[in-house]
Design a protein around this ligand. Sequence first.
Ligand code: SIN
Length: 482
Amino acid sequence: MRHAHLPVVVVGGGVAGLATALAMAPAPVRLLCRAHDGCGSASALAQGGIAAALDPHDSAAAHAADTLAAGAQHNDAAMVQWLAAEAPAAIAWLQAQGVVFDSDAQGRLQLGREGGHGAARIVHAGGDASGAALVQALRARAQAATHVQWRGGVDVDGLLLREGRVVGVRTRDERGRHEQVEAAAVVLATGGIGALYARTSNPPGADGAGLALGLAAGAEPRDLEFVQFHPTALDVPGHCLPLITEALRGAGARLQDADGNALMAGVHPLGDLAPRDVVSRRVAAEQAAGGRVWLDATGVDGDWERRFPTVLAACLAHGYDPRRSALPVTPAAHFHMGGLAADVDGRTSVPGLYAVGEVACNGVHGANRLASNSLLEGVICGRRLGRLLADVAPPAPGNGPLRVVERGASLPPAQLAALHALLWRSAGPVREAGSLRDAWRACSALAEVGWQARLAKMLLRAMRLRRHSLGAHWREDRGCPR
Ligand code: SIN
């Protein structure tokens, strides 16, 4: 057991951060998040559920094989096998935390199917409100836990370093007041980068702030070029768009062009349930040709209020009734497979700094994440990291000077909106050398102005360096279809 009195600081109140904090008991944790109530994470918006081979005819080996196929075999195979093997136990642990998964009349868990899965192995909670159900249950546990000190309404905008080791964080509250918090270790569980794009299924806080901070402290990046685009966000004006879950296509919804023709016919053997990158590119191609794409879910049977309450409410709020007419859809930035390079225990290349969940890249997702593997990763890797940190005594504090590494100023709103549009145009589902180069140059010119431009420049650099298509990274100029 660790004996030091300093807490571990966990930054981020999504599933990965919560699982890490809970697993640290009884060692002290300070959980810091931007929102006061811990809401606002991408986890809370996740509609797809959690993948686990629970059917007697399914296996962890089959789940692992599907994960590797989706990831274009760019994954760390050992990580994948471990994740798939641990998945059933993760479901049982979540149930013990109070998550109620959807079950049939006999009390058996209902197993759904999503794109890229060769078997029905997705469990849901509250229909398409799985992420919200997980966050709610884990947050209640964390807020009741005596070892977790919760602080909302703060942004972590700096890391404290001493003798090359991360020894704490600098927070900034809503009034702009800074505070330094020393820590035995710092865990970044800050989510992804979707909100750097003009069209995203992520919340505004998924803007890459944690990734930028880790990179500023010298942590190694990995696989930054791999960004997953979800093919079906609701095509309405705005930046952060409502997601239209893939489970609807699993239940029979079909993509159509403006004339009602099946969009995926002849494109891929799995049709509407082809891998997300394939479907996203097809939708993007139709849009590039001036067409609009529609998802016809009117044939989906059953109780929409119970199975798809989140989609139904979002569509009705925008004036669409998915039970009666087709929905306009668009691809949207959804998940970052890349991030801070982390080992299986979440260690980054900087001592004292850990990363877990979407901000981390431990290789499990490869070049393209399989549907419903992200909440799973957050739970399994978070618990592993929490148990490790509960047992590891921090090194004795050094005497060297304390250094604050800052993320730096944000771009002014107009320049930030322009950056979002630039990334959408040049670094979206389809990429090519010329526009990647021009975007990289534009970001270089802004690099001193705001951290988002510095981060975008690093993303674009990785996209330029990977000159051939792989997984979600599609180079139109040098594509090599799988
Ligand atoms: C979805 O429900 O379509 C998204 C699920 C996921 O991203 O894993």
